[in-house]
Design a binder for this molecule. Sequence first.
Ligand code: G3I
Ligand code: 9MR
Ligand code: ZN
Length: 540
Amino acid sequence: MKHRKRTITVNQIGYPLAAKKVAVFTEPNRSFQVINQAGKIVYKGELSTPLKDNNSGMIIRKGDFTELTKPGTYQVKSGSATSAWFEISEAPYQTLHHGLLKAFYLFRCGIDLEEKLAGPWKHSACHTAEGIVYGEPDRKLVSSGGWHDAGDYGKYTVAAAKAIADLLLAYDMYPDAFTRPIPIPETDNHTPDVLHECRYELAWLFKMQDNRSGGVFHKLTTLQFPGLDVMPEADKADLYFSPISATATASFAAIMAMAARVYKPFDAIFSENCLRAAQFADDWLAKNSNVAGFKNPPEISTGEYGDSQDIDERYWAMAELYRTTGDQQYHERFIQIAKQSFNKYELGWTDVGGYGTLAYLLHGQSNADDSLFESLKTGLIEEADKLVAQSNRDGYLISLQENQYIWGSNMLVMNHAMTLLFAYHFTGDTTFEASALEHLHYIIGRNVHDLSFVTGFGDHRVMNHHHRPSVADNVIEPVPGLVSGGPNKKLQDEYVKKHLQGRAPAQCFVDHQDSYSTNEVTIYWNSPTVFVVSHWVKPK
Ligand code: G3I
Ligand code: 9MR
Ligand code: ZN
């Protein structure tokens, strides 16, 4: 039965006990009530004055029920309108956290996903063949393993770097959120499963480094995308290592240096291997200081991840190599790069400067150049202040500006929440923490679509994302725990061009498998979401 979009939206999972609790109304109600499962009114409130919300195109009113702190299951009502049922509890996001993390196992390539761990989303090992080095048809290299990037089966170095960075940062900042087994094949109740899972991707990343030069191949894919109805194990086309790129090599150096640090207490040899690979990649960077941005070779039409600027990736690499080794040569190179003008706070796959800044700040002022440390810390807090100010103007309390409803806008929502949580970490200002949580409420249903953007979570959730296994597997429920890309006002696929002309930016989304520009999934849209949810996850 087709879902009738509700005019009262909430976080469809729920709210932490002591957190701010707001529902968003799109009808001209004046008052609202909250009822418990017995139908008893447990809270009454008045709605805010109406706000014309340009991003959603709606007239918005808000109902604040923060005072309701009794654990339970509730629904917001106003007249005949009702919200989804949701919980108020000490730790409402434990299961969500588990599902978001488990998704990385379900993205795995190169091994049988066994039924006892993957359930109905099991499949045989895929893409196990050697890859051909583009331009060297007789040079074949081992290539298997890692995570599929997204709704396609490509594997892309810069995308992998962001995904691993977010997960390792989540573990670094919130280790108590990772005390439970997922479980995965490597579960040993010693090393946290999130580290086992990232190591599965890191083990593949090692294969992306050219053992001759230290440079890193930009991606490993077939020449063209396979059909949408092709299961991974049925995708038998030749695999190609695309040419080395500076952005892949620098982000590889960064993530390997980060991994060397994080894994050292668990596996000193693996840690050493990561550091050596990072330094070998840095050798290539030092010899290739002026390189054109990656472009797909003419025969290859899979994802490009083009990026003409590699200064931010080099900045990130120096920060991580310095934080891991303490070697002043990296610090000096970091300071030199930092003098240049580029975005030092973004956490994207294109703009990764934020990771370099976080590595430098988390390394501590005692290890830093004082004035640079202060300037980067002040800059981060100023970024967070801007996000709060924008959120306060927004009908759905998030920080996306009109021109940020782009491909992967939900990644921006979660990246912004990460920035807010780091600003909270460095200042203790709970305004930042509270705003980060409002961003999670948007992803889990408090949006103009009354839709949870995470498969398997929420009573009205994404069901038809652009994800080949979910389309081809003849299982009704899509692979769970996957975060959809979200609204994209640029209408960049045939389906939305046909159906969404003239919509407000936040309305430019459709839960249809053909809409890869609004409804695909990727490892690096899941990873910032894992980071954000980890902030509210309690240890077992
Ligand atoms: O960066 C500009 C920004 O400055 C500008 O304001 C904005 C609005 O014009 O556009 C921004 O560029 C967009 C860019 O994503 C932002 O990162 C481009 O329009 C948009 O085309 C680009 O889309 C990327 C898409 O591939 C097409 O290249 C997505 O970020 C990226 O997530 C997506 O990645 C694909 C892989 O290629 C293949 N695997 C699936 C994956 C997800 O769809
Ligand atoms: O499935 C592909 C998805 O992973 C990419 O993000 C997207 C943009 O590169 O392309 C998708 O593949 C489509 C192709 O671009 C056009 N023909 C239909 C393909 C499947 O939707
Ligand atoms: Zn595969």
